[in-house]
Design a binder for this molecule. Structure first.
Ligand SMILES: [Mn+2]
Length: 414
């Protein structure tokens, strides 16, 4: 087609076009997070990264002569390359000896259990799925100007030995493991697993303290009925958790609840026990800041610490296909991350990430979202200076006996 000759001629006369006003504002760049974060990075130490490079050369041998970067070892050790290595969460040290977890500010433990699932299973692979994709991340976050490796210590204690066909025995194992980590003073970060683990995880922490604990729970589902299919399934954790003497239902705040998967039994219990439910529509109306303000006020009322439970299905199922009970209408990822970061900034005594089901996942996207929730929580706590604040409340530490063995396993070394 030919151009309209009038338009063509007019386009040669800039004065005929409506132009934006002259740009003379001299915008204040220093108000941009981008500007501030760029300068914030310069203030971050680099010592741990350097230590890790030295450690890698000791553990993995020095690299080939042809390689110019002399920090590259022969065997991949530590963070790099992101596609290589044996994946712990964020390539953090594996505390094979769990007596060592107390040396770290936070401990990741996997809870591969999906025996509490009432629809599609697969969350027993959640811990490995999250660990695998967590290798994608560096410990540094630009906007927060936080470097977890430099500013906190983190380990991965591996998985709890769950019993696939027995919910109650698995619960006992889970509580025992979590109580061990909580007693050490390290912040327990549990990767599930289905949401039935919420009860034994919190029981593990609650038994290590004489203090009171509130709960902030992100989910599309209320998860507070007494039983489901005749057992304590993933629809029931808060019924049992709020039966514990130091965990009150009035300090349970449930955010994002709604849709067509909330059983009436659960609503009845929530009503009777006076829990606090902020639906997705409530959140939409109030926005992030107001929702967090209300949630913190309710959860922290009269308690000493707050436990964070994040069900990945609280995010819209379009973003998290790999989950057991997908429900449309959930949070956008940006909303969920903002909410959880602001909740974490006030400090938590432990957290769980549940319902990531890798067999239903696509491109590891659900596991990646789960990874992001955990690192954002850590980054936020480091940034706010609240990491470790719960320690002083762990005034009833438990001690779990260990077996006797000396030497090395699967080795000829004496
Ligand atoms: Mn759920």
């Amino acid at each position: 087609m030919f151009c309209n000759p009038h338009d063509l001629s007019r386009s040669h006369h800039p004065a005929d076009r409506s132009l934006p006003k002259a740009r003379g504002h001299h915008p204040d760049l220093t108000r941009l997070q981008g500007w501030q974060a760029m300068r914030g990075e310069a203030k971050l130490p680099n010592r741990r990264a350097e230590e890790e490079r030295a450690w890698a050369l000791r553990m993995g041998l020095t690299g080939a002569d042809s390689i110019e970067d002399k920090s590259i070892p022969t065997f991949a050790r530590g963070e790099l390359p992101h596609y290589a290595g044996i994946n712990t969460f964020l390539k953090a040290p594996y505390t094979e000896d769990v007596l060592e977890v107390g040396n770290y500010d936070a401990t990741v433990l996997g809870i591969p259990f999906d025996g509490g699932t009432t629809y599609r299973a697969g969350t027993r692979f959640g811990p490995q799925g999250v660990r695998k994709i967590s290798a994608l991340y560096t410990p540094y976050n630009y906007e927060l100007a936080v470097d977890l490796r430099e500013q906190m210590t983190l380990c991965d204690a591996g998985d709890v030995f769950t019993i696939p066909a027995n919910i109650e025995k698995s619960f006992d194992q889970i509580s025992r493991a979590v109580s061990h980590v909580a007693s050490s003073g390290s912040l327990p970060i549990m990767i599930g697993g289905d949401h039935s683990i919420g009860f034994p995880c919190l029981r593990g922490i609650a038994q290590c303290t004489s203090k009171k604990i509130g709960i902030i729970h992100f989910d599309r589902h209320a998860d507070i009925q007494e039983k489901d299919l005749d057992e304590r399934m993933h629809t029931t954790p808060w019924f049992h958790a709020t039966n514990m003497p130091n965990v009150s239902a009035k300090n349970l705040v449930q955010i994002g609840i709604g849709g067509w998967q909330v059983p009436r039994e659960a609503v009845q219990v929530a009503r009777e026990r006076e829990t606090n439910i902020i639906t997705m529509s409530d959140f939409e109306r109030m926005g992030v800041d107001k929702t967090v303000e209300m949630a913190l006020e309710l959860a922290w009322d009269g308690v000493d610490m707050v436990y964070l439970s994040f069900d990945i299905d609280s995010i819209d199922c379009g973003f998290v296909p790999g989950t057991g009970w997908p429900e449309p209408g959930g949070f956008l990822p940006r909303e969920a991350l903002a909410l959880v970061s602001k909740v974490a900034a006030a400090g938590i005594c432990g957290m769980e990430l549940v319902e990531v089901s890798p067999p239903y996942d696509t491109s590891d996207i659900t596991a990646l979202m789960g990874t992001r929730v955990i690192v954002d929580v850590l980054g936020s706590m480091v940034s706010a200076g609240t990491l470790g604040a719960h320690k002083r409340h762990m005034d009833k530490p438990v001690q779990i006996p260990h077996g006797e063995f000396s030497g090395k396993r699967w080795s000829n070394a004496s």
